[in-house]
Structure formats: structure tokens, C-alpha cells
Ligand binder design. Structure first.
Ligand code: NI
Length: 167
């Protein structure tokens, strides 16, 4: 196994839409292991393949951190999102940056497992948040793209609370 180097913004690979995975052979299996090892080494809870310079639709997630089981998710498709929630997120490609991001609270996800077998699952709360963050990476969407939206929403909320002015 090997630790891969994590690409930091503005590395152009982070702005490429990742390609579908069709090969689940030995090299791909080794890549899954390397991604898991790299995520753990970096103390991350999730990692997307573009973050290690590979523009393919692969993400790994370990919401419980180093102690938990790491899940490999290939070619994920978000089928449904239910409810929203704002919470603070970080990203290994933006060291030191944390921001409040809106995500679905619960998601229904279709994906392929590490053997290429089609799966469907429902995820909620922090696990759902991690997967949505990594899924963004596969679509070349980065945390900074979502910050302005959040600020807009905050302003909209405070505007709603403000007392109405006559005229
Ligand atoms: Ni990230």
C-alpha cells in the first residue's frame, strides 16, 4: 500500500468532472486500499479520487474516523435528498478552511461497491454529509462554491427576522 499525495486547491484536477469506473481489477482494488490509507493518514473522514489526482468516480468514507470501517463507493448517484441541515465542514484540499455548508440531512444513494456490485443505501446525518461532500468532488464542485450560497441564505434569514418598515 502507499500514501498518495493530496492535491490542494487550485490544482486543476479538482475542477475536472470525474469519469465513470468500469474496471474493478487488481490495480483498481489496490487504488481503493491506497485511498483508504491516505484518508486515514491525513485524519480525514472522506476522500475523493480527484483529490489524489485521479479523475474517476470513486470515494472512500469513514465517518467514525480511524477506528471505523472505511466504505468504498464507486459511481455514486444521488437519487433523493430529504431535509436540509447546516454544519461546519473542512476539506483536505483546503487545509485550514472551515465553513458552514447546507446539505441534505438524509440521502438515498445508488452506487457500486468495490467489487462492482450495484447497491442502494440510505444515509443520514454526518455520514450523509461526508458522502455529499465527496460526491461534489466527483462533479468538480468545491466547498468554496457553496459558501456564498450559505451567506446568501443567512442574509435571507436575518432579513426575514428584521422588523418590517412602514412604507
Ligand atoms: Ni473535500
Amino acid at each position: 500500500m502507499a500514501i498518495l499525495s493530496i492535491r490542494v486547491y487550485p490544482d486543476p484536477v479538482l475542477r475536472e468532472r470525474a469519469a465513470e469506473v468500469t474496471d474493478f481489477g487488481v490495480e483498481t482494488q489496490m487504488f481503493f486500499e491506497n485511498m483508504i490509507e491516505t484518508m486515514r493518514e491525513a485524519d480525514g473522514v472522506g476522500l475523493a479520487a480527484p483529490q489524489v489526482g485521479v479523475s474517476k468516480r470513486i470515494l472512500v468514507a469513514s465517518p467514525a474516523g480511524k477506528k471505523g470501517t472505511a466504505l468504498v463507493i464507486v459511481n455514486p448517484v444521488l437519487r433523493e435528498g430529504i431535509g436540509t441541515e447546516i454544519a461546519q465542514e473542512g476539506c483536505l484540499s483546503f487545509p485550514g478552511l472551515y465553513a458552514d455548508i447546507v446539505r441534505f440531512k438524509k440521502i438515498r444513494l445508488e452506487f457500486q461497491d468495490r467489487a462492482g456490485k450495484p447497491r442502494e443505501t440510505e444515509l443520514r446525518d454526518f455520514f450523509a454529509r461526508v458522502v455529499q461532500h465527496e460526491l461534489d468532488h466527483l462533479n468538480a464542485v468545491l466547498m468554496i462554491d457553496r459558501i456564498e450560497f450559505n451567506k446568501r441564505q443567512e442574509w435571507a434569514e436575518s432579513f426575514k427576522k428584521a422588523p418590517s418598515r412602514p412604507g
